[in-house]
Design a protein around this ligand. Structure first.
Ligand code: PMT
Length: 223
């Protein structure tokens, strides 16, 4: 783990969940705590990088000296990423961004009815895909994949479909891994390469992933 590996680089990381409002008091969200993204930010900072975090609602601690933009919805996360992406060398999408939001946000609290209630959902923009598709100043783009089955197949599909430089896949829905746990394990894939990061604390896993990203980033920039 080399302390100066990303000196002079700017790394942007998305972290945490998004919240998609149904009405003034209810929302759709997920179990992401923000830990994985915040640990990646701390690990990137230790390599000398300038680090920008775009965070969904999280009660987790973020190391001092990291630029932080707080957002709530996927649309806000998308806009904030795009506002600050210029001059970023590396982008890491660790946030659990909601794929869908309610088609309309009721201005008033929805009243309970005797019948069932149907919510219509519409697609949110895909942030990591939009970053990877940038024409000018496209950063080295790393996505995550949260999978409950056929991890390698689904992760590789996401990497190719979204044209990512690298994807870090984690099992979710298993004790000690993924959402809201203190530990994690990752299967990292890039074109022609693969590394397994064994189960460890999210801080240790983050340091290992930043090391791999740094190596691949430098290999790609000097190619
Ligand atoms: O926050 P923690 O509690 O520490 O948990 C960490 C984590 C499990 C949330 C994290 O390790 C993780 O897996 N993050 C990605 C979760 C996810 O949304 O995975 P996905 O397979 O649905 O998405 C694939 C990739 O597309 C991700 O990089 C995601 O950030 C990105 N995405 C997805 C949808 C969308 N609208 N925009 C995106 O950028």
């Amino acid at each position: 783990y080399s302390p100066g590996a990303l000196q002079g680089c700017t790394v942007m990381i998305t972290a945490g969940p998004t919240r998609e409002a149904i009405d003034p008091v209810r929302f759709i969200s997920n179990r992401s705590s923000g830990k994985m993204g915040f640990e990646l930010a701390a690990a990137a900072q230790k390599t000398g990088a300038r680090v920008i975090v775009i965070a969904g609602p999280s009660g987790e601690f973020l190391a001092a000296g990291i630029e932080r933009w707080d957002v709530e919805t996927a649309q806000q996360m998308y806009e904030t990423v795009m506002q600050h992406i210029e001059d970023c060398d590396i982008f890491i999408g660790a946030a659990a961004v909601a794929d869908y939001r309610p088609a309309t946000r009721s201005a008033e609290k929805i009243k309970k009815k005797e019948t069932a209630l149907t919510l219509r959902l519409v697609r949110n923009p895909d942030i990591v895909q939009a970053v990877a598709a940038l024409d000018q100043g496209r950063p080295f783009t790393v996505g995550f994949a949260a999978e409950t089955h056929r991890l390698k197949e689904h992760a590789e599909h996401k990497r190719c479909h979204k044209q990512l430089d690298m994807i870090a896949a984690n099992w979710v829905g298993r004790p000690g891994l993924g959402f809201d746990s203190t530990s994690n394990a990752l299967e990292v894939f890039w074109e022609g390469g693969h590394v397994s990061i064994a189960q460890a604390t999210k801080a240790q896993v983050a340091r290992h992933l930043i090391e791999i990203i740094s190596e691949r980033y430098h290999a790609q920039s000097s190619a």
